[in-house]
Design a protein. Structure first.
Lengths: 136, 136
DNA sequence: TGCGATACACACAAAAATGTAAGTAATGAC
DNA sequence: GTCATTACTTACATTTTTGTGTGTATCGCA
């Protein structure tokens, strides 16, 4: 998300879909790394560098971008400490936290789908957030 | 989704995220028009032309693409009738149908978020699928 | 013979998302 | 004075997604 052409059909359609609460919701969580970030933040605050370490393959640029969008959308809070070297911590907001159980349901559905569709199971491990993935 | 560069970092990262059941699930429903299509199909089978009529601003190309991806992902079934002019109907699969209540929850969350974040409410109407949007 | 109807396909263009590589500011430790 | 540390920023390149416009096959009907 660098610069958007207001008034392209593409952008108008995006706005149109923003009117529906469902597609609106999906737009908020739609960035490639956003849900992973939310899940990492579930146990509590995390520093920028820790997120970077814990999320495989994410670049600093993408991490910054996605975190800033999450912040702008009110899903996470940014805490800046006036230290050197700098320290910045990220934390889920209440409404962001409400997304977590929904993600649990989606995760379970994804597992069922994968099994039915491919006959395999996921081996991805969310080490630091185990309790989320046990769906009620 | 026309042609994908195998082995670009971009594509490798996509595959990596496919390992997680959550991001896997989001990939399946991530196309711009997919969830709207799923919701339209909830009441029952629909013809290509009806979907086109009912979904604002979607082009034939996008409709085709998204439906084909949904089909390839096992979320909808395609029924072709050997008639002239042609008739094709689309229908939710069982696992696709399991996504509907989750969408209901997401829709509700989206509504809460929008209200908190913007102070407004959605005016988007899903005429043909009213019962979905009343979340338990 | 020509037309309308339907569900597409195709080549191309535009826009958006993602990735790469390099640089920056401030400070304390050496 | 140089260096390491941290959380970025910036300019640019690549890849992917979305949109535009036109064409097609088949048949029944006028």
């Amino acid at each position: 998300m660098t610069s958007i052409k207001e008034n392209s059909t593409n952008s108008l359609n995006r706005k149109l879909l923003t009117d529906c609460n469902l597609t609106y919701a999906v737009q908020l969580m739609g960035g490639r790394w956003k849900l992973l970030l939310l899940m990492r933040l579930e146990p509590g605050r995390q520093r920028f560098g820790e997120l970077k370490k814990n999320i495989p393959n994410i670049t600093e640029r993408m991490l910054t971008l996605q975190l800033r969008e999450l912040e702008a959308d009110g899903l996470v809070t940014r805490h800046v400490f006036a230290e050197v070297p700098p320290r910045v911590e990220y934390e889920l907001t209440p409404i962001g936290r409400e997304l977590v159980p929904i993600c649990g349901t989606l995760h379970a559905w994804g597992g069922r789908h994968r099994y039915q569709h491919t006959g395999t199971e996921s081996t991805f491990s969310h080490e630091n957030t185990p309790e989320i993935w046990s769906t009620p």
